[in-house]
Ligand binder design. Structure first.
Ligand SMILES: Nc1ncnc2c1ncn2[C@@H]1O[C@H](COP(=O)(O)OP(=O)(O)O)[C@@H](O)[C@H]1O
Ligand SMILES: [Mg+2]
Length: 287
């Protein structure tokens, strides 16, 4: 297999059962997730809070041991140092040192990588610029920042080692609309640069347009997966305008369609969007 055909990441039947103090199974957080990305794909892991996104990501990165199944990064064990060196990770909650400035924070983490000092300085400057922190903010302690600003520092940190695979857990959380737009642009840029991106979000509309493929998670399982356009197309829809029908007729029309064998029948409004699709797939499936 040539290097370029090795999936950037691959989860096979990942499962995680969290146990209580007495070792009794308490929560099945992830229940058989298989997911992979070819190099250059931007994969969205979407699902409501508690659906198992962060747990899946942590198992993929070798930070959490699966109860069953396996994870590979570039065809290797996720704890393999060579595999790890090619990954950048923005955790759901990044623990930034409150008393360091963004520049100092990045310098600290850059010091963990074997980079010449000049390269390091240049890269830090470029990344601060890229995440919109190049101004005086770069030299103010992170502790004074809003959640959104801290998120930007975390993003820059995840890119310090120029990773081939970038894993972003809820990258837009805490950001205002402008910040979200900037993060989306950044993700699009990463895709254009040929990087593989795995990002999670509980807000479908927020990230769906930057993903080449999405997997929708609910109750620890992948409920739908594919290119968004295909996912939406697969679902045949019967459309009619209810205007003019008496209200009482609408349920009867629904029943008739269901009786004819339709898998799911719903009444939607002209503004029906992706968000509806997301809610449909997720609705009623969570534990
Ligand atoms: N360390 C843990 N111990 C026990 N339960 C956990 C732990 N981490 C996550 N869970 C539970 O596992 C489920 C999935 O959590 P998580 O992966 O964080 O979901 P998401 O990232 O989609 O919000 C939730 O029910 C959560 O409460
Ligand atoms: Mg999470």
């Amino acid at each position: 297999m040539s290097e370029s055909s090795v999936p950037a990441f691959e989860a096979s039947g990942l499962r995680k059962v969290f146990r209580d103090f007495w070792g009794r199974p308490r929560t099945v957080a992830v229940d058989g997730v298989s997911l992979r990305a070819e190099p250059g794909e931007v994969v969205g892991l979407l699902g409501p809070n508690g659906s198992g996104k962060s747990t899946t990501i942590k198992m993929l990165l070798g930070l959490l041991r699966p109860s069953a199944g396996s994870a590979r990064l570039f065809g290797r064990d996720p704890r393999d140092p060579d595999a790890r060196a090619r990954v950048g990770y923005l955790p759901e909650l990044s623990n930034l040192h409150k008393f360091l400035t963004p520049r100092e924070t990045l310098a600290y983490y850059a010091g963990l990588f074997d980079l010449p000092a000049a390269t390091r300085r240049k890269r830090i400057g470029a990344l601060l610029e890229r995440v919109g922190l190049a101004g005086p903010g770069a030299d103010r302690p992170v502790g004074e920042f809003s959640k959104g600003m801290a998120r930007r520092v975390g993003l820059a940190q995840a890119l310090l080692n120029d990773p081939a695979l970038v894993v972003l857990d809820e990258p837009t959380s805490g950001l205002d609309p402008i910040g979200r737009r900037e993060v989306k642009d950044l993700i699009l840029d990463l895709g254009r640069m040929g990087k593989t991106v795995l990002l999670s979000s509980h807000l479908l509309a927020e990230v769906s347009d930057v993903c080449t493929r999405v997997a929708i998670l609910a109750g620890g399982r992948v409920r739908a997966e594919g290119r968004l356009a295909d996912l939406l197309e697969e679902r045949d829809r019967v459309r009619f305008t209810a205007a003019g029908l008496p209200d009482a007729a609408v349920p009867r029309v629904k029943d008739a369609i269901a009786a004819a064998g339709a898998a799911s029948v719903s009444v939607d409004h002209p503004a029906a969007t992706l968000e509806d699709f997301f809610l449909d797939v997720v609705g009623g499936t969570s534990k």
